[in-house]
Design a protein around this ligand. Structure first.
Ligand code: BEZ
Length: 161
């Protein structure tokens, strides 16, 4: 695992997957020239992520847009079909891009591995929120216990934008 990403670093250039494994999207293109929120979660459909984390970003979508945010990305170590289904169940529509870090490459590059092998079967991603401007990390909130629900919530990120 790489060292933990910091404010001022470039966001890693990796491929993520949207809706199906044949649809790779690269992070460099997603972030280039834009103000983008990226938030990471330990797993689609897990209780904290489904009841609190994702819904907060959906509810605050207009507030983020009015602060100049171009797009919001939710990412997790899951397969892209699961991420798509999770987005549909939560009616994310076009508000949030639901991307899969299928093989955990982004997780390792960011230095946010969270070993949930016993509970969820593999290494997942710690919960975090981030604002990137033109591919550079400007704000980074990482939950201290990996899975907590405090600093990475949308209402906290709104303070920083
Ligand atoms: C979490 O959200 O941190 C979590 C969810 C399920 C199992 C373990 C952790």
């Amino acid at each position: 695992m790489k060292s933990l990403i910091k404010v001022g670093n470039k966001f890693p250039k990796v491929k993520l997957f949207e809706n199906n494994p044949g649809n790779a999207v690269d992070t460099e293109s997603l972030l280039k020239g834009k103000k983008v929120i990226v938030f990471g979660v330990p797993g689609a459909f897990t209780p904290g992520c489904s009841k609190t984390h994702l819904p907060g970003y959906i509810a605050d979508y207009q507030k983020f847009k009015s602060k100049g945010v171009d797009s919001i990305i939710c990412v997790s170590v899951n397969d892209p079909f699961v991420m798509e289904a999770w987005g549909k169940v939560n009616n994310v529509g076009d508000k949030i891009k639901m991307l899969a870090d299928t093989n955990g490459e982004l997780t390792r590059e960011l230095g946010v591995e969270y070993d949930l092998s016993e509970k969820l079967g593999n290494k997942r991603m710690k919960r975090f929120s981030m604002v990137c401007e033109d591919g550079t990390v400007k704000v980074f909130n990482l939950e201290p216990e990996g899975g907590g629900l405090t600093c990475s919530l949308s209402n906290n990120l709104l303070i920083f934008i």
